[in-house]
Design a protein. Structure first.
Length: 97
């Protein structure tokens, strides 16, 4: 079953030449990262950001939660993967409005 996920991912990557060759942060769940956690995935649930980054999710529910605020969650996930202290700062920021 796991091999099928990599085959599907390879097909997706081949069909979209603008994408990076590998998913962000080795395929960890982007929603988990946006929440400050590491969670490996099989990359069977994915999303391609407007900046052509491939994000993996642990489930459809995780992807749906991420998509409620894709820009904010992408920023939080990238901050967490780069520097957990920066993630804490971003998490404490209050949105304007």
């Amino acid at each position: 079953m796991r091999r099928l996920n990599y085959v599907a991912l390879a097909a997706l990557l081949a069909a979209t030449p603008a994408l990076a060759e590998e998913p962000e942060h080795n395929g960890e769940c982007a929603m988990s990262a946006a929440m400050g956690n590491h969670l490996p995935t099989s990359c069977s649930v994915v999303w391609i950001s407007p900046s052509d980054k491939l994000y993996c999710f642990s489930s459809e529910l995780a992807k749906q939660a991420f998509m409620r605020d894709p820009e904010g969650n992408e920023r939080k996930a990238q901050a967490f993967w780069k520097d957990p202290a920066l993630w804490e700062k971003i998490l404490k920021e209050k949105p304007e409005g």
